[in-house]
Ligand binder design. Sequence first.
Ligand SMILES: Cc1cc2nc3c(=O)[nH]c(=O)nc-3n(C[C@H](O)[C@H](O)[C@H](O)COP(=O)(O)O)c2cc1C
Length: 165
Amino acid sequence: MKTAIIYATSHGTTEKVATQIQSELGSNTVLINLKQTKTIDLAPFDTVVIGGSIHAGQMQGRVKSFCKKNLVELLKKRVALYMCGMNEPEFESELSNAFPELLRKHAITSKSVGGEFLFEKMNFIEKLIVRKVSGIDQNVSKIDKVRVTELINDLKKQNPDTCSN
Ligand SMILES: Cc1cc2nc3c(=O)[nH]c(=O)nc-3n(C[C@H](O)[C@H](O)[C@H](O)COP(=O)(O)O)c2cc1C
């Protein structure tokens, strides 16, 4: 059983979560950053985890395009979905807009796992937007460890190659 964790990240938080999932799932799991890999052959993978973050209410464009382009093939695999974001009241609607409905219904699990504001990685405009919209002006980490663990356990549960502890 081979797993691909396919993600897009602006400031590294979605990648951080992807790395954590990879370390829990073990050596048959590879990380694929959509910014660095243009064409992905999904054939070797029976499980595909897709992650991305929300900016101005929208999932990363690279994640949306990947899901749209590969929808038919993804529907034949075990799929898990996650999104990073900081606007908790909107998580439910952000998650449902983030991925195609068919893919969400097919997925064994889909989670909003929180996020981070990392000001040193933001450009001038991003800093302005975050300060104005959230009132926050310093780094905050609100990755929801419980949800990340739930996601990992959902993946382990249905994968006979990994033990669920
Ligand atoms: C300019 C900007 C806009 C954002 N807009 C939203 C938003 O609309 N909804 C939300 O839940 N989070 C929003 N966030 C929070 C990001 O989703 C969060 O920082 C996430 O951890 C980024 O993950 P990444 O570094 O992997 O891209 C925004 C962050 C920035 C910097």
